[in-house]
Design a protein around this ligand. Structure first.
Ligand SMILES: [Zn+2]
Length: 303
């Protein structure tokens, strides 16, 4: 766990943040923090941001050579403490907007609804089905705004950059997939898995909604990178034995192997992003409300 480095304790920031540390953030799951300590780079600061929606999770300020980025351990900084159902998505996305973040890449470890994907496989999902039930899913409760199109669901510019990075690293990955977001924290029943497949799902996880939709509400680019962690209940029971995930140790080893690639993917993406042609409209998602003078340019006034 990188014990040799001095520990940086999170500080709480309630006011505005004036520095421009980075415009890119990576949101990740429980293993990400461990990786951050070990390989992703040096942690120069850790901040808990107070927002109108409560406190964010600790946000790590990361440096690797010349590259700077934020790292957001979704489920808590120390260990897997906050399950996906109870993550304060609004506080996290609001805090990142306050820090000046414009691009968000979200890591997620879903189960597969099909035996065509193997444990450890990387997937760039291209759409979402939101089956969550108990989460605050919008910033806009009192303004009559927020009726936003969701096509494409994820940022096309981040998508082509991620595709380029994965291809150049020669990493096996699926170029599309529909990610179903379940409420959790329990996993799905066999009947639910059949139903999710029938409705067009390829992956089932618990984290991308409302995260992706909240990012759009604050005009940020957002794209997920999924790594398959299991087959969902009942999937692939008649599959060839060689395709099955295998015993638990083998499954964990395959997941770890994929996660070990993460720092290089992050660094390569950070290298590429400044040169990417930004052709998306993510940063104008609220434009029509601005044109109608329902809101101004300062997102603080949108809630
Ligand atoms: Zn975009």
């Amino acid at each position: 766990m990188g014990e040799s480095r001095p520990e940086i304790l999170p500080r709480v920031l309630s006011g505005t943040y004036d520095d421009r540390f980075s415009t890119v953030a990576f949101i990740g799951g429980g293993k990400m923090y461990r990786l951050a300590r070990e390989r992703l780079g040096t942690i120069s600061d850790v901040l808990v941001k107070e927002t109108p929606f409560g406190c964010s999770t600790p946000i790590l300020f990361m440096e690797h050579g010349e590259r700077r980025f934020f790292l957001v351990p979704r489920h808590g900084e120390r260990e897997y403490r906050v399950t996906a159902s109870f993550v304060n998505y609004r506080a996290n996305i609001w805090a990142l907007k306050e820090l000046g973040v414009e691009r968000l890449v979200a890591w997620t470890g879903p189960g597969s609804l099909t035996s065509g994907l193997r444990v450890g496989d990387l997937v760039l999902p291209d759409d979402l089905i939101d089956m969550t039930r108990h989460r605050a899913s919008t910033f806009f409760e009192n303004k009559g705004i927020g009726i936003l199109r969701q096509n494409p669901t994820f940022c096309p510019t981040l998508r082509s950059a991620l595709e380029q990075v994965l291809s150049e690293m020669a990493l096996r990955h699926a170029r599309d997939g529909v990610y179903v977001v379940s409420e959790g924290p329990r996993l799905e029943t066999r009947a639910e898995v059949r139903a999710l497949r029938a409705m067009g799902g390829d992956l089932v996880g618990m984290t991308l909604a409302p995260e992706a939709f909240l990012a759009r509400e604050l005009e940020m680019c957002y794209h997920p990178v999924a790594y398959v962690t299991a087959w969902a209940e009942g999937v692939g029971e008649d599959a060839d034995a060689s395709a099955r995930p295998g015993p638990e140790e083998e499954r964990q080893a395959r997941i770890d192997e994929t996660l070990q690639l993460m720092p290089e993917i992050v660094w390569n993406l950070l290298e590429l992003l400044p040169t990417a042609a930004w052709a998306c409209s993510c940063q104008d998602s609220m434009l029509r409300y601005k044109k109608r003078n329902l809101i101004d340019d300062d997102f603080h006034n949108w809630i």
